[in-house]
Ligand binder design. Structure first.
Ligand code: PEP
Ligand code: MG
Length: 757
């Protein structure tokens, strides 16, 4: 059963389109389960019906003809219950409905399972038998597993419009246009053209692209083939005398494949049909892999790996000729499987209109950078058909976390209007630049900017920030080939401190590990977020820590606007040890004749243990700063970068809010100020809560800063406290969000939490 299942899944996953995938499923399942009928019904939520999309066993003409209301028939029963229905005599069931057009008069055995993706029923997979048959547990699990695999492919196809085309339904395209759902990465709306960025290594991630010059593309491909042949011959020669002749035969097999017709000719045909060489190669390799994987003979099945290997070699040669990175035009929407902060930083800012990533979440560093740049972003769009959207018109709704691929004119017009309203709102907000962030009862709450991902701090100065509340020092470490030296670090920090002076700059000591890797300092761990990261690394490597704090102290000479912040503190002794090293660096520098001063030092509260020991920690240092990004992931046990659980990751969870109030109380008991620098600080709907808690300052991305100031200026402290009290009485994040949206709407600030005014 397992082998059958694996083969079906493999075949479906490499099917060239959804039509082929559905046809494969019904054919293979019918065969494997030895049933008379296998059919797939897809749910159309616009028309409120289930439509027969593919069948093996019922009349082929009944495809698209058989339609059931959402609650109609046994198919409707499976969908509404969202669980399998297994009947040995279907016509005897009260929900049975007979469709003459299907020719299904005499089927008794019935097993239907829902096709569910992210809790949504997308359709029903059904098998039927003439005879009475109650399906056994193996059969049920097989069908459930296949339906689960199929769900992803269907969700992709729905999102890319493939299903709509397939159905040829003549209804208003606008109505049928369902957006892809991800999580909001950076607020704002953008319209533009997709530029897919992909890993050079991964053949599956190659997008389709139209070959502009077919002959040139063919020549490129042939060159790559010749190059790979030469490489393999060279490899083979090098193995002379090392490998026995029978093992060396592998190289001959490779050469045969490169000389034979099937792999080469099929790719050339695809290029002639209009795809560019890497896209054509991807499809040919997938096709061959499918054929081999399908073979019963285990030796031949293994050959699928050889094909993949050859495909990868050919791809690498092609990449040398073709730039992997597209030419970015105006209004580029950067799209990719897993967009990283560095990929994003590679695109000229003036060309970049939006960002869409299939992986990641709101607190991924790419999203943080997008916010710093004021570029709308949607992360974790798991159903994004990355390979098929290159060059497509895309709308990014960074408020709702929605992405429209090739939307109809009506939707484009609507979003153009929203984008104009946005621009007007931003213009209005710039007038706040010189006004203080002051509550209606005259209480000032300084708003600082987060920085460090960008060298350029002009946007921060333009935003009216009162300083930098979090400078992430790891970026200069990430873009180099080795640890930067003391003098190099000093120059980097000095530039920032000078530009901001006399405004304060809080620089956080190196916080690598977790999802932030240094290419030259690899850390292999099963649970990197619970492993060696932040202060844990730098205390284990005092030489790294000492170089950094020496550079910081020297950069501060004569300016005195530096604060130092310690990340990932989970124990008081970590603070004591860091302070000891800091003092050591300070005294050494004094001895060396440097006019250094001891800057204020703070602790980040981003680990649950630090919440409960906030007072103990605060007593040791000058201030606390709450990092809600990590604190949320650790409190809720939800990986901040994992798109599968992105919906569970919410810093407005009542448990997180309670933790924040506890930190504020701890800091107050120690008589020390506490600020907040996690992404929650930049969410306008959280501002009344944070003001109500009594936080002493916010540090947010430069692009969110005017909005946050606006909210601060719209509430008095007592109003904010009332909002906080009510929010704390709610039981889940969803309720808190709903409530805060109403609060902002009533205060006339609705435009800050969704597109338009
Ligand atoms: C945080 O965890 O909230 C934080 C500000 O740090 P980072 O996002 O860099 O981990
Ligand atoms: Mg953190």
């Amino acid at each position: 059963m397992l082998a059958t299942l694996r083969r079906i899944v493999q075949e479906v996953s490499t099917a060239p389109n959804i039509d082929a995938a559905l046809a494969t499923i019904v054919r293979r399942v019918k065969q494997a389960m030895d049933v008379d009928v296998c059919s797939v019904y897809l749910t159309d939520p616009v028309q409120n019906e289930h439509v027969l999309m593919a069948t093996e066993g019922l009349r082929p003409e009944s495809v698209l003809m058989v339609r059931l209301r959402l609650d109609e028939g046994l198919v409707g029963l499976v969908a509404s219950r969202a669980e399998p229905v297994n009947l040995d005599d279907a016509p005897a069931h009260p929900r049975y409905k007979y469709f003459p057009e299907s020719g299904e008069e005499s089927y008794h055995g019935f097993l239907g399972v829902p096709i569910i993706h992210h809790r949504k029923v997308l359709g029903v997979l059904v098998v039927q038998q003439h005879a009475r048959r109650s399906f056994d547990e193996d059969a049920v699990t097989l069908l459930v597993t296949i339906a689960a695999q199929l769900a992803g492919a269907i969700a992709h196809a729905e999102a890319s419009g493939e299903i709509a085309t397939l159905k040829r339904l003549k209804r208003d395209a606008a109505e049928d246009m369902r957006p892809l759902q991800g999580v909001p990465g950076a607020q704002g709306v953008a319209l533009g053209r997709a530029a897919v960025i992909y890993s050079l290594e991964n053949l599956d991630a190659i997008p389709d692209r139209t070959a502009e010059d077919v002959e040139a593309e063919l020549a490129l491909f042939r060159e790559a083939v010749e190059q790979v042949k030469a490489d393999i011959r060279a490899l083979s020669e090098r193995m002379d005398g090392v490998l026995p002749a029978e093992d060396k035969a592998l190289f001959d097999a490779y050469l045969l494949m490169l000389e034979g017709d099937s792999l080469i000719r099929a790719t050339e045909d695809r290029i002639r049909a209009g795809n560019w060489a890497p896209g054509a190669l991807r499809d040919t390799v997938a096709e061959h892999v499918r054929i081999f994987t399908d073979m019963e003979d285990p030796y031949l099945r293994e050959r699928a790996d050889d094909i993949r290997d050859l495909g990868g070699r050919l791809l690498r040669c092609l990449q040398e000729e073709t730039p992997a990175v597209p030419d970015y035009g105006d209004g580029t929407i950067l799209v990719g499987e897993d967009i990283t902060a560095t990929m994003l930083a590679d695109v000229p800012v003036e060309k970049l209109a939006g960002v869409v990533s299939a992986r990641g979440s709101r607190t991924s560093h790419a999203a943080i950078l997008a916010r710093a740049l004021g570029i709308p972003a949607v992360m974790g769009v798991v159903d994004l058909p990355v390979g098929q959207v290159d060059g497509a018109n895309i709308i990014v709704d960074g408020y709702g976390g929605r992405v429209y691929v090739s939307p109809p004119e009506s939707i484009r017009n609507e979003y153009r209007r929203l984008a104009e309203e946005e621009a007007r709102l931003s213009d209005e907000l710039t007038s706040l630049r010189t006004l203080p962030a002051e509550t209606r009862d005259g209480h000032r709450i300084p708003v600082f900017a987060n920085s460090g991902l960008l060298a350029d701090i002009t946007p921060i100065l333009d935003s009216g920030a009162e300083g930098i509340g979090l400078y992430r020092t790891e970026y200069p470490f990430m873009v180099r080939q080795q640890f930067p030296g003391e003098e190099e670090q000093r120059r980097t920090y000095r530039r920032v401190l000078e530009q901001m002076a006399p405004r304060p700059v809080t620089m956080r000591t190196l916080d690598v590990g977790g999802d932030k890797a240094l290419p030259y300092f690899p850390i292999e761990e099963d649970n990197p977020f619970l492993g060696w990261r932040g202060i844990r690394i730098t205390l284990d490597h005092p030489e790294i820590f000492l170089v950094q704090v020496r550079a910081l102290l020297r950069a501060n000479v004569g300016l005195n606007n530096l604060n130092i912040l310690l990340p990932m503190i989970g124990n008081v002794w970590e603070v004591d040890e860091a302070l000891r090293l800091l003092r050591q660096a300070y005294e050494e520098l004094l001895e060396e004749g440097e006019a250094v001063t001891m800057p204020p030092v703070g602790v980040m509260v981003e680990v649950p243990s630090a919440v409960y020991q906030a007072e103990n920690l605060a007593r040791r240092v000058d201030f606390l700063s709450i990092g809600t990004n990590d604190l949320t992931q650790y409190l809720l046990a939800v990986d901040r970068n994992n798109a599968n659980v992105a919906e569970l990751y919410d810093a407005l969870h009542p448990a997180v809010l309670r933790a924040l109030t506890q930190v504020v109380e701890g800091a107050a008991a120690a008589g020390k100020p506490v600020t907040i620098c996690g992404e929650l600080a930049g969410e306008p709907m959280a501002t009344p809560l944070l003001v109500g808690m009594g936080l002493d300052g916010f540090s947010v991305s430069a692009s969110s800063l005017p909005r946050i100031k606006w909210v601060v200026r719209s509430f008095s402290r007592s109003e904010a406290r009332e909002v906080l009290q009510h929010a704390l009485s709610l039981e889940n994040a969803h309720g808190v969000r709903g409530y805060l949206t109403r609060v902002l709407d009533e205060a006339g600030l609705g435009g800050l939490v969704r597109p338009g005014n």
